[in-house]
Design a protein around this ligand. Structure first.
Ligand SMILES: Cc1ncc(COP(=O)(O)O)c(C=O)c1O
Length: 358
C-alpha cells in the first residue's frame, strides 16, 4: 500500500522550541518494539514495571516513577501530592507553573502560587526565606513547597551547590522541594554530572521528569524521591486526567531514553548547537545576546524589523514584546548547517537593515 506524502517538509527546522522537533528514531523504534499483542492497561504492563528499575538506576533505590502525558500534568500532580488544601507553592515569577500553564496549578490543582521576582529565573535560599513567611497565620496560605526549574525557563542553570543550598533552607523551614525537570537532561549534560547529583543526592523531594523536549513523542514522569513528601500518588493521575490507558507506549520511550545514553546524547547535542549559535551571532553588530547560554537556548535582542523578516525563514518566538528579546532554541535534531544557515540569514538581514537605514 502506498503511504500518503507527509503534509509538512520533514527537512524544515527552526529555532522556536525543542517541542517543535519530531521523534528520535530510537524512540520510534522502541514504540514499535512495545507494539503487538495485548498488555494490561493503565500501567500494570511489563514496560511500566520495568521502568521502575530504570528510573531507580538514575535516581536511587527509593525513586518511584509515575509516567504521565505532559509536563503541566506532571507539575500539577506533583504539587497536589505535596500539599494540603491550605498550602502554597513558592516559585520564581518566570516559572512555567506560574506563566505558561494557563492557571492549571491554580484551577486544576487548587494551589496558591507565591511567585517571586528572581535574577535569571533562579530562586535563592534568601528569596525562599522571604517568601516563606506567615507560617501558622490562619489568614495566610501556608508555604509548603519550593518549586524550582532545572534548567530554567530563561535557559540558565542552577549549580549543584545552589540547589543544595535551597533544599537545605527549605527543609530547615519544613518545606519540601519540587524540581520541574522538563529540561533536566540538558542541565545534567551542561553540568556534566549524573541527574541524581542535583536531585536525590541533595535532597530534592519530587521531580517532574521531562522526556518530550529531549526526543520522545510524548510523555513526562513524576519521580518521587522522598515518599514522605507526597500522598495520594496512586489516585492523582486519574483524578488529573493524566493516567494513560496504553501506558506501555509512554514507558517504553523512557526506557529507550534512559537505559542507555540517549538522554545524554540528545541533550549534549542540543546544548552544543546553542553554543554554536551563540558563537556565530555574538559578534554581529546590532545583535546582543542577553543571558548566559548554559543549555539549549539563546536569548537575544535585535531590531524588530529584522526579527520579522527572519521569522519568515525560520520560526522562533519573541520572548518579551516590550524589549523585543527573542528566544532561539535548539533541539536534539538541530544540525550544524541549520545553525550556520540561520546565523548567515541573520547577518544578511542585519546588513540589509543597515543599508536601508543609510
Ligand atoms: C519548564 C517547563 N516545564 C514544563 C513544561 C511542560 O509543558 P507541557 O505541558 O507543554 O508538556 C514546559 C514546556 O514548555 C517547560 O518549559
Amino acid at each position: 500500500m502506498t503511504q500518503p506524502a507527509p503534509l509538512h517538509d520533514p527537512q524544515a527546522r527552526g529555532f522556536a522550541s525543542d517541542n517543535y522537533a519530531g521523534i528520535h528514531p530510537e524512540i520510534l523504534a522502541a514504540i514499535t518494539r512495545a507494539n503487538g499483542g495485548h498488555q494490561v492497561a493503565y500501567g500494570a504492563d511489563v514496560y511500566t514495571q520495568h521502568l521502575q528499575g530504570v528510573f531507580q538506576q538514575h535516581f536511587g533505590p527509593d525513586a518511584a516513577s509515575y509516567p504521565v502525558f505532559n509536563g503541566t500534568g506532571a507539575n500539577v500532580i506533583s504539587l497536589q501530592a505535596m500539599t494540603e488544601r491550605w498550602d502554597a507553592v513558592i516559585c520564581a515569577e518566570s516559572a512555567h507553573i506560574n506563566v505558561d500553564e494557563c492557571g492549571a496549578p491554580e484551577r486544576v490543582g487548587g494551589l496558591k502560587l507565591l511567585s517571586v521576582p528572581t535574577p535569571a529565573g533562579k530562586l535563592t535560599p534568601e528569596l525562599v526565606e522571604l517568601a516563606a513567611g506567615g507560617r501558622g497565620d490562619e489568614h495566610r496560605a501556608q508555604p509548603k513547597v519550593v518549586s524550582i526549574t532545572q534548567s530554567t525557563e530563561l535557559g540558565t542553570l542552577y549549580s549543584v551547590d545552589e540547589i543544595a543550598a535551597i533544599v537545605e533552607r527549605a527543609h530547615d523551614r519544613d518545606l519540601v522541594v519540587h524540581l520541574d525537570g522538563a529540561r533536566i537532561a540538558n542541565a545534567a549534560a551542561a553540568l556534566d554530572v549524573p541527574m541524581r547529583a542535583f536531585t536525590t543526592d541533595v535532597g530534592v523531594d519530587v521531580v517532574s521528569f521531562g522526556g518530550t523536549k529531549n526526543g520522545m513523542m510524548l510523555g513526562e514522569c513524576v519521580v518521587v524521591l522522598n515518599p514522605d513528601a507526597v500522598r495520594g500518588m496512586v489516585f492523582l493521575r486519574k483524578l488529573s486526567m493524566q493516567l494513560a490507558s496504553k501506558m506501555r507506549f509512554v514507558s517504553v520511550q523512557f526506557d529507550a531514553m534512559l537505559s542507555g545514553d540517549l538522554w545524554l546524547r540528545n541533550a549534549r547535542h542540543a546544548n552544543a548547537m546553542a553554543s554554536r549559535l551563540e558563537a556565530a551571532v555574538r559578534d554581529v553588530d546590532g545583535v546582543r545576546v542577553q543571558r548566559p547560554v548554559e543549555v539549549n537556548s539563546v536569548f537575544a535582542t535585535l531590531p524588530a524589523t529584522v526579527t520579522e523578516r527572519l521569522q519568515e525563514q525560520y520560526p522562533f518566538y519573541v520572548w518579551d514584546e516590550l524589549t523585543g528579546e527573542v528566544r532561539w532554541m535548539t533541539a536534539f535534531d538541530t544540525t550544524e548547517s541549520d545553525v550556520d544557515g540561520f546565523a548567515a540569514a541573520l547577518r544578511d538581514e542585519m546588513t540589509i537593515g543597515q543599508v536601508r537605514q543609510h
